[in-house]
Design a protein around this ligand. Sequence first.
Ligand code: COA
Length: 398
Amino acid sequence: MPESLTPRTATDEDWPAMAVLAATGFGMEWDPEEMASCRRLTTPESVVVVCDGDQVVGMSGYFDLELTVPGGAVLPMAGISFVVVAPTHRRRGVLRSMYTELHRRIADAGYPIAGLMASEAGIYGRFGYGPATVDHQLTIDRRFAQLHPDAPDPGGVRLVRADDGRAEVEEIYQRWRLRTPGGLARPATLWDDLFADRDSSRDGGTAWFGLLHPDGYVLYRVHGTTTRTVRIGEFRAVTPGAHAALWRTLLGLDLMTTVVAQTHPDDALPYLLTDSRLATTTGRSDGLWLRMMDIPAVLQARRYAADLSVVLAVRDGFRGDGGRFALQIRDGLARCTVTDSAAQVELDLDVLGSLYLGAHRASSLAAAGRLRCRDDAVVRGLDAAFVSDVPAQLGFGF
Ligand SMILES: CC(C)(COP(=O)(O)OP(=O)(O)OC[C@H]1O[C@@H](n2cnc3c(N)ncnc32)[C@H](O)[C@@H]1OP(=O)(O)O)[C@@H](O)C(=O)NCCC(=O)NCCS
């Protein structure tokens, strides 16, 4: 890449051009208020641009986020966002140069882990990011859905105007995110954005409808006029009782035809129904992608479900943060140290990111050749140790 296209820190003057670049790259009008919140979440040092003369042709940055890992520990996470390269300058290494610079800054700032959401799944593996949560879409034909006689009926749900329930919603989300791997602390500016409920974020649907339970909440919109679909924007339940009570209420919306929910693959909803086929899987995608910047610190931060002693050879083709690590797990706690011992398991850094929150199994990755190990018992040991009792789920999109 020519030296003139070297990334540099963004200045105040760059932001108007960045707004044009972001709108062009994502093919959508960007609400100025959203761009302003995005900016409030960054520091000058966390945003880099690439310019060709006076044109901004590349932009990227990171937010200072907090990620919950299995067992409930919280790690500082650099959350990379608003990554765009101008269509006039694509595939010349602009993204790679911005990522090299951003990751240098992220490492210097001491973040043990970085995360992102991917526009396309083929881009970020090469930079050490693996998909770490599974976004599972369920569509329910509400007209025929009957609750199973054994389904709990604890009640306790109130209808609220979204704004009026804000304090309770924030408090419940906080409890939810601290127990859920993939949960993120939501900065005040993003709460403001959620409750601002701008037309531009409604995707043709109504304003938020709110359901509140002491241990859970739902924010949803209704789409369509003749055939009406409830699209759930956010469903957070901290107890099985809240989950069942909120679903009972949603399935009681007589004039609605279907309900669409984004959840995780272990959602108990199908078991609440007499006919589980009415909860159809209509989508499966990745949510949060993770890249470990400090492998020992990150592996030691979570709790594990089984004892294990293994040597991992982790390859990082991007920055050289990989190496050989001895991982010893006893009573749920891990000790991870650099070692010269022979490795039993070889894998790329993105694959380790996929294992971390327990949403993907070592045995599945081994079957695909992405994790290499001669001893099946070791792979089973990784499966047993990395599983999470609370299913991983992304806190919010960023
Ligand atoms: C995705 C995007 C940022 C790539 O920028 P770019 O400057 O063309 O990327 P680079 O030339 O630096 O490519 C870096 C590497 O990624 C690969 N790559 C880039 N875009 C890719 C894509 N869409 N799918 C698969 N691989 C891709 C390149 O082949 C290259 O691989 P290599 O270095 O291992 O040989 C750019 O196309 C874009 O702005 N797209 C629209 C907005 C968007 O999707 N942003 C990302 C939000 S998560």
